[in-house]
Ligand binder design. Structure first.
Ligand code: G3P
Length: 228
């Protein structure tokens, strides 16, 4: 996945479930194409096939399990996500935390299957720990700011700056994103100025009255950063 990137996590919001997931993904895809800014979407597992068939931008799973296909009833195999059209997966999101050995297991299995990984971390310390596992991207998201509209990039800039530094010290190939409370292009611009290579965002786009206007504003932050 190309960076800088805006990844929109649909979580389980009704505004981004089923047909709403398709409509929102199409709007994000159109704005991404018009602006030339990379974007990706992470719908619920059951919506991956529906969404991936309708958009050209990368579709990510929100989670996969570190299991081999076969006798694993109720678990989500990386293979099934890929077959449905996902090109990558989030892992260890604050709302779906895993022990570190399982994060490593997901990253390893995703690699075997050819899925990119975006591992979430709560702070600089966890970002550093996860960097040792070498996912493709790490998204640092202080849990207390998630869904609040209080942007990490402006409220806790040190978390973004320090996480970027810590991850790059371990492995400069890992891309570092940030998220939590991001709702405007200005929040995104600030994140990029702090060294982030993109954002992971949910409510600011998904729950907006006008989802298309919201993603346009978010993406304008990346465009502004590229003009500096
Ligand atoms: O995965 C994105 C996320 O947890 C941030 O959520 O609603 O604060 O943009 P939100």
């Amino acid at each position: 996945m190309k960076t800088p990137i805006v990844i929109v996590n649909f979580k389980t919001y009704p505004e981004a479930t089923g047909e709403n997931a398709v409509k929102l993904a199409q709007a994000i895809s159109e704005v991404s194409e018009q602006s030339g800014v990379a974007a990706a979407v992470a719908p619920q597992a059951v919506d991956i096939g529906l969404v991936a068939g309708k958009v050209g931008i990368p579709v990510l799973a929100q989670h996969v399990d570190p299991i081999k296909p076969g006798r694993s009833t109720g678990w989500i195999s990386p293979e099934s996500s890929k077959a449905a059209g996902a090109v990558g997966t989030l892992v260890n999101h604050s709302e779906h935390k895993l022990p570190i050995d399982q994060v490593a297991g997901v990253v390893a299995r995703a690699k075997e299957v050819g899925l990119s990984t975006v591992a979430c971390a709560a702070d600089m310390k966890e970002s550093k720990r996860i960097a040792e596992i070498a996912p493709d991207m790490i998204a640092v998201e202080p849990p207390e700011l998630i869904g609040t509209g209080i942007p990490v990039s402006k409220t806790k800039p040190e978390v973004v700056r320090d996480s970027v530094r810590a991850v790059k010290d371990v492995n400069p190939r890992i891309k570092v994103l940030c998220g939590a409370g991001i709702t405007s292009g200005g929040d995104v611009l600030k994140a990029i100025e702090l060294g982030a290579e993109g954002v992971l965002i949910a409510s600011g786009v998904v729950r907006a009255k006008d989802q298309r206007a919201a993603i346009q504003d978010i993406i304008s932050g990346v465009v502004r950063s590229q003009k500096r």
